[in-house]
Write a protein of this length. Structure first.
Length: 202
C-alpha cells in the first residue's frame, strides 16, 4: 500500500479513515503467471498496451489490475465523492464470452464487493461494505461496462480509470478511444500535475 495515501486523505477532510481490509497489491502472486504479465503488473506507466497472441493471459489479468487501479485511486475517489471506472470491450457479446466471467469471479464471487447488474448498460456496483473494505471509507463506486462499437455509451462520466479488452477487434471505433480518453482527462490531470500524484502513483 502507498504510505502517503492515508496522509493525503487526512488532509482532504481533516479526519482519519480506515486502512482497507483488502490489499489489492497482494493479488500479484495468484494472478501473475508469466514474465509478460509480471511486466504489466510491476510497471509504473499510466497507460499499458498488452499485445500477445490468443491465450496469452491478457483478459484474466484485467480484473486484478482494475481492482488495484480503484484502490490506488482512493484519494481521488474521496475527493470526488465517487469512483467511476470504465471497462470497455468491442461489444457486450464479446465481453460476455470471457471477460465477464473472470471479472465476476473476482469482484462478485470471491471478494463479494457488490452486485453485477446486467442489461443493455451493465455495471458492477460496489456495496457500502465493499467500498469500505477496498477503500477504507464508504463511497459510491461503479465499474461501467461499455462497448466500443458505439462511442455514445462512453460519454458523460468522470472516470478514475479504464481498461479496454480485445482492442484489436474490428468493432472498436477510434471515436470510442477518444471518448474514453476525454473521460480520463480529469483523473489524468490530477495524476500528472495535481496534489494526488504522489499518493496515487508513488
Amino acid at each position: 500500500m502507498q504510505r502517503s495515501v492515508a496522509a493525503v486523505l487526512d488532509r482532504l477532510e481533516g479526519k482519519r479513515v480506515r486502512e482497507p481490509s483488502i490489499d489489492a497489491e497482494e493479488l500479484r502472486l495468484p494472478c501473475v503467471r508469466h514474465a509478460g504479465q509480471a511486466e504489466v503488473w510491476d510497471g509504473e506507466e499510466l497507460e499499458n498496451a498488452v499485445v500477445c497472441g490468443s491465450g496469452g493471459g491478457k483478459t484474466i489479468l484485467q480484473p486484478p489490475v482494475i481492482l488495484r487501479d480503484i484502490q490506488r485511486a482512493r484519494p481521488l475517489i474521496y475527493l470526488f465523492g465517487e469512483g467511476i471506472y470504465m471497462y470497455v470491450a468491442p461489444t457486450l457479446t464479446l465481453f460476455d464470452l470471457q471477460a465477464a466471467h473472470y471479472f465476476r469471479d473476482l469482484f462478485e464471487d470471491e471478494l463479494k464487493l457488490g452486485r453485477y447488474l446486467s442489461g443493455s448498460k451493465p455495471k458492477f456496483v460496489f456495496s457500502p461494505e465493499g467500498s469500505l473494505r477496498l477503500l477504507g471509507f464508504e463511497s459510491r463506486v461503479v465499474v461501467n461496462i461499455a462497448y466500443a462499437s458505439d462511442s455514445s455509451n462512453l460519454e458523460s462520466a468522470r472516470a478514475i480509470g479504464g481498461c479496454w479488452d480485445e482492442v484489436g477487434q474490428k468493432e472498436n471505433k477510434m471515436r470510442s478511444y477518444y471518448a474514453l480518453d476525454r473521460r480520463l482527462n480529469v483523473a489524468r490531470g490530477y495524476n500528472e500535475e495535481g496534489p494526488m500524484r504522489e499518493a496515487m502513483w508513488r
